[in-house]
Design a protein around this ligand. Structure first.
Ligand SMILES: [Zn+2]
Length: 266
């Protein structure tokens, strides 16, 4: 009997470490970070960056059925300015601009009437993710300009993810500045619209004051990093907003925990 109780206790502790049900709910905005929607290629060493279309559909349905407001960055910025950020809201983001965002994610978003923000690497529009080392996963096709324009017409937002997806911490300040500034100009010319949201590749620069201070003067209003948490109301860092990685190997309980408290695991 005693052994059974100890065993039950250990299972409970193990499960509580893996699924952090005990974290308090936080008031603010959960910015979810996706990369690729689809089945990961064989031998992918980055399979957690892939969320299957079925799972993505379930996640979007969850937001809809639970009446969780899904807002745009444009709306978020207004809410920050007017101090009207709600108790809970979600922003959907996709990094890098993969073609599957159009073929797999876009139809689901349209089905549920949801908007998302896509961060584009301007040098790779219509080609492949050429910055990527194919040893970890084959190169992927990227969104074309026509696909982006079609998505934009339905209210999707597009932000800059630099010119070529370099780690900004590895560059000198002038080169980092070009990555941040020129990508904005190139994307604005291509889209015929303002681009004022920025995502640091690998989150690099969001936590480096020398890089971070380049973003606002370049004309951006908000920028996202990759630290896992809710952007707690009243404590938002406009140029290093926190995000929550949605991993391909996680379930709906993880999703619920992340939106509620910002983290689902230790
Ligand atoms: Zn990226």
């Amino acid at each position: 009997m005693k052994i059974l109780l100890i065993l039950a206790g250990l299972i409970f502790l193990g499960a509580s470490a893996r699924w952090n049900w005990w974290r308090p709910s936080k008031k603010g905005v959960a910015i979810l970070m996706y990369h690729k929607i689809g089945q990961p290629p064989e031998n992918s060493k980055l399979s957690n960056l892939w969320v299957t279309p079925d799972k993505f559909d379930r996640q979007m349905r969850y937001l809809k059925e639970h009446n969780i407001p899904v807002i745009s960055f444009g709306e978020y910025y207004q809410m920050l300015q007017t101090k009207t950020v709600p108790d809970k809201a979600v922003i959907l983001t996709f990094d890098d601009g993969y073609e599957d965002n159009y073929t797999e994610a876009f139809p689901v978003l349209k089905k549920y009437g949801l908007r998302a923000c896509f961060f584009i690497v301007s040098d790779t529009i219509g080609i492949i993710n050429k910055w990527h080392n194919p040893a970890t996963e084959p190169h992927q096709k990227m969104l074309s300009l026509d696909q982006i324009k079609e998505m934009r017409q339905t209210g999707m937002e597009f932000g800059s993810h630099t010119l070529s997806h370099l780690n900004l911490n590895d560059l000198n300040i002038d080169d980092a500045s070009i990555q941040i500034t020129k990508s904005k100009v190139v994307l604005e010319q291509a889209f015929g619209n303002k681009v004022d949201i920025f995502a640091y590749p690998y989150g690099a620069g969001a936590y480096n004051p020398a890089i971070k201070q380049l973003v606002k003067p370049a004309g951006y209003i908000l920028a996202v990093g990759i630290r896992q948490a809710i952007n707690v109301r009243g404590h938002e860092d406009y140029f290093a907003l926190k995000r929550i990685t949605v991993r391909g190997d996680e379930n709906m309980y993880d999703y619920y925990l992340q939106i509620r408290g910002g983290r689902n695991r230790l």
